[in-house]
Write a protein that binds this ligand. Structure first.
Ligand SMILES: NC(=O)c1ccc[n+]([C@@H]2O[C@H](COP(=O)([O-])OP(=O)(O)OC[C@H]3O[C@@H](n4cnc5c(N)ncnc54)[C@H](OP(=O)(O)O)[C@@H]3O)[C@@H](O)[C@H]2O)c1
Length: 175
């Protein structure tokens, strides 16, 4: 069955963005020629999942829409109008939608985030793997990796990599 993989970066204290959504702090690990496995990972998926807030942040980047080769699903509680980007706006229960998506033929699915969508899918038991890049910074406040009340779940460590920029990447599978 297709796997849902959460591939995401977080601060040491577990935030994925500043309270205002800012992700400027991710650039502290920018290094020429080092993408921390991003291109390889992106080539291994054919679908992405985003909460509407994350989608809005992506649209705010000063670059063309970055997910042109994948099928992209953006979740909202509101009915959203189609826009110019190659995304499907889903106004449906994310867990039911993703459960059905996993049954369909296809490759792996990148759960981009953010924290709200992560918790919905984690609590529904639909996240199969987590590739977590910890950035060496304590933010003190921000948007959590898992918003609200994530369920206790145990994970096994499949792989880990440490980089001289201080970023540590952990590849967890469901325990
Ligand atoms: N560090 C990283 O690698 C990384 C990765 C991804 C995201 N981020 C950051 O995370 C932040 C956004 O995270 P977030 O937790 O605030 O928001 P989010 O999960 O991206 O999106 C939240 C939105 O998703 C929709 N949603 C949530 N639960 C739903 C449900 N049960 N049913 C249907 N729709 C649902 C709602 O959209 P509506 O309001 O339209 O109803 C909600 O406002 C951004 O700042 C982004 O930059 C960082």
């Amino acid at each position: 069955m297709r796997k849902v993989q959460l591939y995401i970066a977080a601060s040491i204290d577990g935030y994925i963005a500043r309270p205002d959504g800012g992700i400027d702090w991710l650039s502290m690990v920018d290094k020429k020629g080092e993408d921390y496995g991003y291109q390889e990972f992106f080539a291994s998926v054919d679908t992405t999942l985003m909460g509407h807030k994350t989608y809005r942040e992506v649209l705010g980047f000063d670059v063309p829409f970055p997910y042109m080769t994948t099928a992209n699903y953006v979740f909202s509680r509101q009915k959203r109008q189609p826009d110019d980007n190659p995304v499907h706006h889903i106004n449906d229960d994310p867990a039911a939608f993703v459960r059905s998506l996993k049954q369909q033929k296809g490759g792996n699915i990148w759960l981009i985030g953010g924290g709200q969508l992560n918790t919905v899918l984690l609590n529904a038991g639909l996240v199969d793997e987590m590739i977590l890049s910890v950035i060496p910074i304590v933010l003190g406040e921000g948007i959590p990796l898992f918003a609200g009340q994530p369920k206790e779940t145990k994970w096994g460590l499949k792989e880990h990599r440490a980089f001289d920029t201080g970023l540590v990447q952990m590849w967890y599978h469901k325990g």
